[in-house]
Design a protein around this ligand. Structure first.
Ligand code: CUA
Length: 343
């Protein structure tokens, strides 16, 4: 008798420990700032919500199956455990009703998962409405270019979107395969050379959401990030107006000197600054100073990081296609001041 009561007693001792562990991890999660993280479990668009819905359906279904199977296993182990002097339990081989039962049960479970799953696959492939805002996305080694053909705006690594508006991203890769993914807004979808893929979504909450290339594309794949900034309507209109305006003329003497450095160096061959140059290999810098980050969303746009970048791009982003032009000292300080002045 004393042998048999040992197991429940041990279980009773472990349960409070498990409860404390669960509580502690819960507290950790509460303190976690989800909004700055790459998460799919706090979706902020219709697309994100649809995929989250199917994820939760599958998670709950499999949790119920797990509990039923493991519960049955534990019960059988306990109920039919070896006891001194007890006879061997009844041996069975084949049980037709049981076999039909679990075949039907699993077919039903698969249907429960498949029907909404297939519905959402088709829904997330639908053509966009004519009123959708089109954004052409180019995934490049290793940064993102965003063009708004209807608005005549080109930017890089930060895509601005109006809340509540359906966005049709047209995805293309001028070099190798990438994958477009903004975990909280939806995705991911491959960005493939010689092909235009599409992802249509409607962001529902203003905020800043992190994006990341999700397909290995070379040495700086992990450094190919971006940000989606979803604006309330008035903020969006202000952003559009600012981007459509020509770049401001630098007032500060150092920035004026930086403008000279830019226009007299090889920068002009790859970068566009409206009214000054028309390169297309690198990001359009017309409103560089309005962006919080640069180099594939990798670094904050500050004088210090920009100087380091200009002087040694490959050191900051391995494999960076931007060459080291030998711009140093006061010249790189001036260039950084000029770029930051381009609001
Ligand atoms: Cu682009 Cu990975």
């Amino acid at each position: 008798m004393s042998q048999r009561s040992g197991t429940p007693r041990r279980l009773a001792a472990v349960l409070p420990l498990l409860a404390v562990l669960a509580l502690a991890s819960g507290c950790g999660l509460v303190g976690w700032d989800w909004d700055t993280k790459m998460t799919t479990v706090i979706p902020k668009s219709d697309f994100g919500k649809m995929t989250h819905e199917i994820f939760m359906l599958i998670s709950w279904t499999t949790l119920i199956i797990f509990i039923a199977v493991e519960g049955g296993l534990l019960y059988a182990c306990w109920r039919f455990r070896e006891k001194p002097g007890a006879p061997i339990p009844k041996q069975i081989h084949g049980h037709t009703p049981l076999e039909i039962g679990w075949t039907v049960a699993f077919a039903v479970i698969l249907l429960i998962i498949a029907i909404p799953g297939i519905r959402i696959i088709f829904k997330t492939q639908e053509a966009p409405a004519a009123t959708a805002l089109r954004v052409d996305v180019a995934g490049r080694q290793w940064w993102w270019e965003f063009k708004y053909p209807g608005l005549d705006i080109t930017t890089a690594n930060e895509v601005h979107l109006p809340v509540g508006q359906t966005i049709a991203f047209h995805l293309n890769a001028p070099d190798v395969i990438h994958s477009f993914w903004i975990p909280q807004l939806g995705g991911k979808r491959d960005v493939v050379p010689h092909r235009v893929n599409r992802i249509v979504l409607t962001p529902d909450t203003p905020g800043e959401y992190i994006g990341q290339c999700a397909e290995y594309c070379g040495v700086s794949h992990a450094n190919m990030r971006f940000r989606a900034i979803v604006h309330a309507k008035a903020d969006w209109e202000a952003w559009v107006a600012a981007q459509k305006a020509p770049p401001v003329e630098p007032q500060d003497p150092l920035a004026q000197q930086g403008r000279e450095v830019f226009s007299q160096s090889a920068c002009v061959g790859c970068h566009t600054i409206q009214g000054l140059s028309a390169g297309v290999l690198g990001p359009n810098l017309t409103h560089f100073g309005s962006r919080k980050t640069f180099a594939g969303g990798l670094m904050a746009s500050t004088r210090e990081t920009l100087v380091r970048w200009v002087e040694n791009p490959d050191h900051m982003k391995p494999g960076a296609l931007m060459p080291n032009l030998g711009i140093r000292g006061e010249q790189s300080q001036a260039l950084a001041a000029y770029l930051l002045s381009l609001k």
